[in-house]
Ligand binder design. Sequence first.
Ligand SMILES: Cc1ncc(C[n+]2csc(CCOP(=O)(O)OP(=O)(O)O)c2C)c(N)n1
Length: 659
Amino acid sequence: MNYNRKEYSDDELLALYKAILKPRMIEERMLVLLRQGKISKWFSGIGQEAISVGSALALEKDEYILPLHRNLGVFTSRDIPLDRLFAQFQGKTTGYTKGRDRSFHFGTNEHHIVGMISHLGPQLAVADGIALADLLEKKEKVTLVFSGDGGASEGDFHEALNVAAVWSLPVIFMIENNGYGLSTPSNEQFKFNQFIDKGPAYGIDALQVDGNNLLEVYDTVRQAAASIRKNPRPMLIEAMTFRMRGHEEASGTKYVPQELFEKWAKKDPVENFEKYLLEELVLTQKTMESIKEELKAEIEDGLQTAFSTPMPVANRQEELEDMYKPFDQEVIKPASDVKTERRFVDAISDALHQSMERYPELVLMGQDIAEYGGVFKITEGFVDRFGKDRVRNTPLCESAILGIGLGMSVRGQKSMVEMQFADFVSAGFSQIVNNLAKSHYRWGQNADVVVRMPTGAGSAAGPFHSQSNEAWFFHTPGLKIVYPSSPYDAKGLLNAALEDPNPVMYFEHKMLYRSISQEIPDDYYTVEIGKARTVAEGTDLTIITYGMGVHWAKQLQQELTDASLEILDLRSLLPWDKEAVRAAVAKTGRVLILHEDTLTGGIGGEIAAWISEHCFELLDAPVARVASLDTAVPFAPPLEQEFLPKQRLREKVEAMLSY
Ligand SMILES: Cc1ncc(C[n+]2csc(CCOP(=O)(O)OP(=O)(O)O)c2C)c(N)n1
């Protein structure tokens, strides 16, 4: 192997040697422990250490690195205490996730590391978000994120590189090309010759390095980082390497031809570097042995401490609470009585505007939201007032933008991501339900992101511009969901959502945008998240609903002059107001749950179950539900009207009243 030490001093080379030896010695020790049945399997980085170690040491300590499952060398090079690292592997409380996630699935802001989720690709956009925060704060920093050659087949890879290119984000995309994705060889994974061919296609520079040559990786990343800090832009580095062990320890390597192992064994990154340092007289046999002894002692020490710490004791309360960053919402009242008549759409715009003034760290992102003002014109004029840095047109890439939101949270910024239509959130689903929602529980990092969701049917817009998909998120611990039905709540709940440090899905019904208006305070105010509102008081039957359902219920209440209807607007779906539901049930003993979303698996099912379980003695009739038909949302108006629950509401209410 050709090493070129350039201007690097003996001390620097020795530091590199110690750093590459450490993950190798840890893994060798772990292999023994695995055979003894003392630890569980992991993803081996043996043979690829030069990439992890060279990359980590080439950056400044306060620059973020986003490793994957084969990057033990990143964690060790950032001096993670070994007792905590081993405790993490063993699921112990003294690890980095309170025993909630495994192996390398953790981050630590103290060490400027954001760990992966299993899905691989979503990690890339999080790096974009960190880099965007650096760029906006004019910090001369670079962020480095890893991808395997297999993971690079995911759509997230394309989205992250494309946005990074368009926004000139200071990110190094380090691709470890080790020839296999689990058992799948490169020729079954992709058709192109090499990853560096992809760089120019995205408009970014690309370099290839010998990933087993520690000095080459280190020097290349150092130079790339220095250049990017001065001239922010993304760069792709392809590190050619080989995975010397199975996909995960104990999964075998039968599918890999023996000659490949033989070829790559000669290129072992640790042995070759050691040999080179001995030849260069940077290292003597004696110092080498003492370095190994020292590392061995450190590893044994860490292992002993980790083994002697107990497994976590489950605390139900703590488990539930840790899904969210603690936040005691202080409801803010408007400073004056001044009010203006505003449509629903203007109330949303007003809240965004005032929150942008209130939080200089808040950034808006979405398709066509800048000069064009968004397809519903909610951010019209925002660019003139707040500038293009904070009101960002995004490429068409829901997943990347949501991941960017998480990355910005890591750097203490807030973001609002506008889905052009709620339907398109499916293209970013994993980022929301796996990354944003679980991040605080896993390693204490909140995702300070509000996702705006223009939702609902009624305008003959067909199956992909009309869906109600709040139930997709209702089932995801870690998220909050709000769904206003009036201009007053639209403003107050959006302000509250932007204030809350947790990920909040904000549903806004498109048919309410310009059809309703109300006098609402000019000043900033918030509405409590998790609190329902009584819309009408009644004694005969309670309708529990939200969003458009509130308006359908109100209309029926006015038409049915001989019945007294109680209407409860949930306003927040996660968490939802159980006390208000109980009180509303108690008033009438008859409950109907109404929502625009389809019936099966809708939120009504959960609320009905809770009422049956907790309010049985208050009921005079079975809990009923009215919802949309269990079909896709149809296009033609007569079909859409049949789909929606409005026309079935009256019949159901009358049947219940005479039960
Ligand atoms: C979205 C997703 N699909 C499948 C998997 C299962 N899986 C985990 S690692 C892996 C192979 C990854 O290959 P590569 O990106 O080349 O990284 P390497 O393991 O070679 O370092 C697969 C298929 C996953 N984790 N996530």
